[in-house]
Structure formats: structure tokens, C-alpha cells
Design a protein around this ligand. Structure first.
Ligand code: NAD
Length: 244
């Protein structure tokens, strides 16, 4: 079945990793997909790729206007763009806190705000945010990142409440460590990437990294009318890590 036929989806960070997997799944299910990414050249040719920085209001407004002009509607917003940050509260300074929050948290508000006029008139409006296992696990050496992803979880619930009566559902997905260019890029910097990957796999409850497609399947469910009674919720796709 093509459950997104005639619907238009915006996927931020859709040129790589989890976002690329989400864009592919939505497209398979009949959606017209617009990828908003800092580096849109990585996007699949099947999608409408727009260069955009979620940390910049003018850039986001121009990108959403370009999508609306191209397709005439926006039904689904997937706020997936995000960056990592390592360190404790001592190693990340105020500028770094502002930079990461501006991308990971304010970026979600910015993109969704720009799309709201379209979502309000959609018969099938859904927003799905990419949070992280970091939102609920007190990971060491990740103070800034975990705080930003905790904020994504809270923001998801607040947005769900604010837009409930407008027929706009807002949910999030909390991936565990996923096999994406972000993570493989970090592995290649290790002294022994093969041993490091084996160690990373061993740290996962199910002995392997989460597949980007597994995250995408949860996101597609939350974006589809099949989850019509679900808003303000989060789905963990983490092999059970949140329970440890
Ligand atoms: P990735 O680095 O492979 O892809 C991220 C994409 O976002 C890239 O195409 C990048 O160009 C784009 N991007 C980054 N900053 C942007 C900005 N300011 N504006 C527009 N686009 C921007 O990363 P990924 O692993 O696929 O992660 C995607 C999301 O999933 C992130 O929000 C991340 O925090 C979250 N996440 C990832 C993991 C993991 O283990 N990979 C786990 C939990 C959550």
C-alpha cells in the first residue's frame, strides 16, 4: 500500500544516515519528499533537495517557501537534523552550548513554525522529531548533547499539546547508537576501527548497532494515519538500552 500518496514530507538532515533512510521509506510509500540539508548534494535524486541550515531562520523560511512553491502543500515534517557534542559541562563553553541547542532544539521549532500554515490545512498533518537514547540515559561525556536531546523530548510533548486541536500530531523517536555515517565516521578515527566497532556492538543490549531503516520504520509509523491516536509520544529504537 502507498499510504502517503499525494502527501508532501519535509525531512531535515535527509541527505545522510537516519534522515536518508526516512526519506527513502516515505518516498517508497508514495510521498513527495523534500530534503532540507546543509549538504543537499548527498540526497537521493528521487527527492527535492534544498540547501538549508536549520540554525538560521532566513534559510529555513526560504527553504519551506521553496517546498511550498514546488509542491503546493506540506503534510509531514520530520525534524531529524542534529549534531553531536562530546564532553562535560567544563569542556563545552557557552558558545558551544548555544550552537548545539540552536541546531538540535531551536531548529525543530524554527522548521515546524515555518511549516505550520501548511500543516494546519493538511488532512493528515504529522511532525516527527529525532531525539535520542541520550534523552533518558545519563550518558557520560555527553552533557550538552543529552541536554539538547532531553529538550527535544520535552518540546515534542509541548508541541503536541499546543497543536492537538489543530489536528497536528507531534511525536518523537529515540534511537540508540545507529549505523550511520556519523557513527562510522567516529569509528574510523579510532586507533583500531574494527576492534572499536566490535566493542561498540558488544555495548548494545542486542549485540549490534541499530539500523537506520529500523528507526525509519518507526518514524514512518508515527507520520502515518495509522498512528492517528498517538501524539506527544516517543518510541525507543535502541535494542532495549533505555531499560538498562
Ligand atoms: P548524519 O550526520 O549521518 O546525518 C545528519 C544530517 O543532518 C547530515 O546530512 C547533515 O548535513 C545534516 N545537518 C547537520 N546539521 C544541519 C543543519 N544545521 N541544518 C540542516 N542540516 C543539517 O547523522 P545521523 O546519525 O543520521 O543522525 C540523524 C539524527 O539522529 C540526529 O538528530 C542525531 O542526533 C540523531 N541520533 C543519531 C544516533 C546515531 O547513533 N547515529 C542516535 C540517536 C539519535
Amino acid at each position: 500500500t502507498q499510504e502517503f500518496t499525494n502527501l508532501v514530507a519535509v525531512v531535515t538532515g535527509g541527505a545522510s544516515g537516519i534522515g536518508a533512510a526516512i526519506a527513502a521509506r516515505l518516498h517508497e510509500q508514495g510521498a513527495s519528499v523534500a530534503v532540507l540539508d546543509l549538504r543537499p548534494e548527498g540526497a537521493d535524486a528521487a527527492h527535492f533537495a534544498v540547501q538549508a541550515n536549520v540554525a538560521d531562520s532566513a534559510s529555513v523560511e526560504a527553504a519551506i517557501a521553496a517546498v511550498a512553491e514546488k509542491f503546493g502543500r506540506i503534510d509531514i515534517v520530520i525534524n531529524n537534523a542534529g549534531i553531536g557534542a562530546q564532553g562535560t559541562i567544563e569542556s563545552n563553553d557557552d558558545d558551544e552550548w548555544a550552537r548545539v541547542f540552536n541546531i538540535n532544539v531551536t531548529g525543530i521549532a524554527r522548521v515546524t513554525r515555518a511549516a505550520l500554515p501548511y500543516l494546519r490545512v493538511s488532512p493528515s498533518a504529522a511532525v516527527v522529531n529525532t531525539s535520542s537514547i541520550a534523552a533518558t540515559a545519563g550518558l557520560p561525556q555527553r552533557a550538552l548533547y543529552t541536554a539538547s536531546k532531553g529538550a527535544v523530548l520535552s518540546l515534542t510533548r509541548a508541541m503536541a499539546a499546543d497543536h492537538l486541536r489543530e489536528g497536528i500530531r507531534v511525536n518523537c523517536v529515540n534511537p540508540g547508537t545507529a549505523d550511520t555515517p556519523w557513527v562510522t565516521g567516529l569509528l574510523t578515527k579510532a586507533a583500531d576501527p574494527v576492534a572499536e566497532r566490535a566493542a561498540l556492538n558488544a555495548r548494545q543490549p542486542h549485540g549490534r548497532l541499530v539500523a537506520a531503516d529500523e528507526v525509519a520504520d518507526a518514524v514512518v509509523y508515527l507520520a502515518s494515519p495509522r498512528s492517528g491516536s498517538t501524539t506527544g509520544a516517543s518510541i525507543a529504537v535502541d535494542g532495549g538500552m533505555q531499560n538498562l
